[in-house]
Design a protein around this ligand. Structure first.
Ligand SMILES: Cc1cc2nc3c(=O)[nH]c(=O)nc-3n(C[C@H](O)[C@H](O)[C@H](O)COP(=O)(O)OP(=O)(O)OC[C@H]3O[C@@H](n4cnc5c(N)ncnc54)[C@H](O)[C@@H]3O)c2cc1C
Length: 392
């Protein structure tokens, strides 16, 4: 017998769980979230989950800013334990990228972000581990930090359940059912779920499932990598988060005395993978390259203790920005996918915006038209004036 629901959310990553939480709080009827594996099994559970507002367009700065306010007060705003660690974040670029960096800082300051250029001396006062070369320039965003990604996903799911959403694990959506241009339900390994509203929050799997509707969602599952190092005892106090465009890496303090480091060069697009069968280990030759780059910014890390690394997934769109929209030609169907390696920090506001779109017919807190699906066909991509990288 079919299970009857009002709203069905597919995908138990941070985006699906945030959407289910917001929908359930709006009391929109029976909300069910289906996750084929376990919570956070895709990108979310492996995320660096750096929370920054350093973007180069007003919409994503505003999305990050509103989301930061939620992360800062997570126990009250959502539930569960505190999740946010404030460290501040340094952005490092080549002197030749000064104009681009200053332009971005001006935009961010105009939207209320506390960010400023700092000298090499000021940077070492902020983070004694750091070295800044003569032809390098640094900015510091004071409010940035990172969150505990697995806990965020779990807390969203728990709070959604408390608001009477049903979060079901091990249920894979195999096909989407429609009738006369309307969504009617989904077929799963546990039978049919009927629904009037469907939200795809399927991360790197987005294109796969949309294909069952003959719909092209331009989201490519790609492999990214993370390197882990234990800081040597003389590496000074725990540092800040870095977006280091000179070395092409980001890095952040993580559990214990560890540092989590990954690429900022956007090379993931060259490694498309089947998200169900990808290499979850880090490539042997890549790890020493990261150590070298990290050591140029943090000289003590030349003596860092390599602790391996892991492979993970990004779901990348052509402009590295997400798609928040209705699905075309199908009443009752929506998607929030394609977060391209930077969606964790946006998850609180995405849950709210998608709920407004679904329940009220329009997102009102922010105008999300720039993130519509049709932008790819209209050649109206979200542009970034960055000359120095892929942070959006
Ligand atoms: C190594 C790494 C570092 C990152 N660092 C940052 C960072 O510092 N800051 C930041 O903001 N973002 C960062 N990101 C990006 C961020 O983590 C992602 O954008 C975000 O987690 C995407 O969440 P999601 O819910 O869309 O996707 P996912 O977490 O991938 O969730 C999708 C879920 O859908 C499920 N699913 C798929 N198909 C089906 C189906 N047919 N039926 C049922 N369930 C299905 C999957 O099992 C999966 O659990 C990073 C990502 C990685 C991998």
């Amino acid at each position: 017998m079919a299970t009857t629901t009002d709203v069905l959310v597919v995908g138990g990553g941070v985006i699906g769980c945030s959407i289910a939480f917001h929908l359930a709080r709006r009391r929109v009827g029976r909300v069910v979230l289906l996750e084929k594996a376990y919570l956070g099994a895709g990108s979310s559970g492996k995320s660096g989950a750096i929370i920054r507002q350093h973007y180069s367009n007003a919409l994503t700065v505003a999305m990050a800013r509103k989301s930061l306010a939620v992360f800062e007060h997570f126990p009250d705003a959502v539930g569960g334990p505190p999740v946010f660690t404030r460290t501040g974040m340094a952005i490092v670029v080549n002197e030749r990228d000064r104009a681009g960096l200053e332009g971005n800082l001006e935009l961010q300051r105009g939207l209320g972000v506390d960010v400023r250029l700092v000298t090499a001396q000021e940077l070492t006062e902020i983070d004694p581990n750091a070295h800044l070369g003569e032809d390098e320039l640094a900015a510091f965003e004071s409010e940035a930090g990172y969150v505990e990604s697995v806990q965020v996903v779990a807390s969203y799911a728990d709070s959604a359940r408390r608001a009477r959403a049903d979060v079901r694990l091990g249920v894979e959506v195999k096909a989407i059912l429609t009738d006369k241009g309307r969504i009617t339900g989904v077929e799963t390994n546990e039978g049919t779920y009927e629904c009037g509203t469907l939200v795809l929050a399927t991360g790197p799997w987005a294109a796969q499932l949309a294909r069952t509707l003959k719909l092209n969602l331009p989201v490519q599952a790609c492999r990214t990598q993370v390197a882990l190092f234990r800081r040597p005892p003389d590496c000074g106090r725990r540092g800040v988060v870095y977006g280091d465009f000179v070395q092409g890496i980001y890095f952040k303090p993580t559990h214990g005395e560890m540092i989590h480091a990954g690429s900022l060069a956007g090379e993931e697009v060259n490694d498309p993978v089947d998200p169900d069968h990808y290499n979850e280990a880090a490539d042997g030759p890549w790890l020493p390259q990261v150590r070298q780059r990290l050591g140029r910014r943090y000289p003590a890390m030349h003596r860092g203790y390599g602790r391996g690394g892991f492979g993970a997934l990004y779901g990348i769109t052509p402009d590295w920005h997400p798609i928040l929209d209705r699905l075309p030609g199908l009443e009752g169907a929506y998607c929030a996918v394609g977060f391209s390696g930077h969606g964790f920090k946006l998850s609180p506001i995405v849950g709210q915006l998608m709920t407004e779109l679904i329940v009220d017919g329009k997102a009102s807190v922010l105008d999300i038209a720039p993130l519509r699906l049709s932008r790819f066909d209209e050649n109206d991509l979200v542009k970034t004036p960055y000359s120095y990288g892929v942070m959006g």
